[in-house]
Write a protein that binds this ligand. Structure first.
Ligand code: ADP
Ligand code: MG
Length: 243
């Protein structure tokens, strides 16, 4: 029998700051087309985990693998720009001197016409086609964030790391953009690690939730199971306090 190789696998990642373990032996596997949510309260080590996978933070120990190939351990390290991992952070700025179209086309290869076609498709899906020839300063914060989302999705990355990417959007738009983002990622068969401190967001978007606390994953499973069978009292109150 052939077993499927995870698109992204992290093994025993650890990182300390000033003698305190902030990420303490975290392991995860994400298959192509799967969305895993790293869910937990502020300060539990979610962003640090993501930053190590992106390659902008170095782990003290542990390893990262893409499609079964080692991309980083404590000896060998592929630099961030060669990891071909898509990134989307809440405060991911657009290039102010580039048009909306050029921002979205930034990571694309191909002919001008091909790139323009892809840019149009993405802007249409985040409902911003009318701004295609505009500039970032002409857009609201939420609109800029949607352009940043389109830019991150455009090159069809095999892996997408998202750190609270929807938290700057107003409620009215958030659900629609979340759903659209999810369907684009699924179509592209991208493996997604989505960081959030909001149980609602994890319940809505995740195939699997990894509940994180004090640097460790304390529970992992399908959203329904994690929500209905919380591992301990702290997990119960995390889910109920957030609502
Ligand atoms: P989360 O994303 O879950 O809110 P972070 O990964 O950002 O958590 O941070 C986890 C802990 O590590 C926090 O206490 C934070 O202050 C600390 N931390 C993160 N980065 C650094 C750093 N570069 N130097 C010192 N402490 C850090
Ligand atoms: Mg964070």
């Amino acid at each position: 029998m052939q077993t499927e190789t995870p698109r992204l696998e992290i093994r025993n990642l650890k990182r300390s700051f000033e003698g305190r373990a902030v990420v303490d032996d975290v392991s995860l596997k994400i298959m192509p087309g799967q969305v895993t949510c790293l869910l937990g309260p502020s300060g539990c080590g979610k962003s640090t985990t993501l930053r190590m996978i992106a390659g902008v933070e170095m782990q003290d120990s542990g390893s990262i693998h893409v499609d079964g190939k080692l991309i980083c351990d404590t000896i060998f390290r592929i630099p961030p720009e060669r990891r071909e991992i898509g990134l989307m952070f809440q405060d991911f700025a657009l290039f102010p001197h580039l048009s909306v179209a050029d921002n979205v086309a930034y990571g694309l290869r191909g002919t001008r016409a091909e790139k323009r076609e892809r840019v149009k498709e993405l802007l249409e899906r985040v409902d911003l086609l009318r701004f295609i020839d505009g500039y970032p300063h002409q857009l609201s914060g939420g609109e800029q964030q949607r352009v940043a989302l389109a830019r991150a999705l455009a090159p069809k990355p095999r892996i997408m790391l998202m750190d609270e990417p929807f938290s700057g959007l107003d409620n009215r738009l958030r659900d629609g953009i979340r759903d659209e983002t999810l369907s684009i990622l699924k179509e592209q068969d991208t493996a997604v690690l989505l960081v959030t401190h909001e149980p609602d967001e994890a319940m809505r978007m995740a195939d699997e939730i990894a509940l994180m606390r004090d640097g460790q994953i304390v529970q992992q499973g399908a959203p329904y199971n994690v929500y209905t069978r919380p591992i301990d009292r702290a997990a119960v109150s995390f889910f109920s306090d957030a609502n």
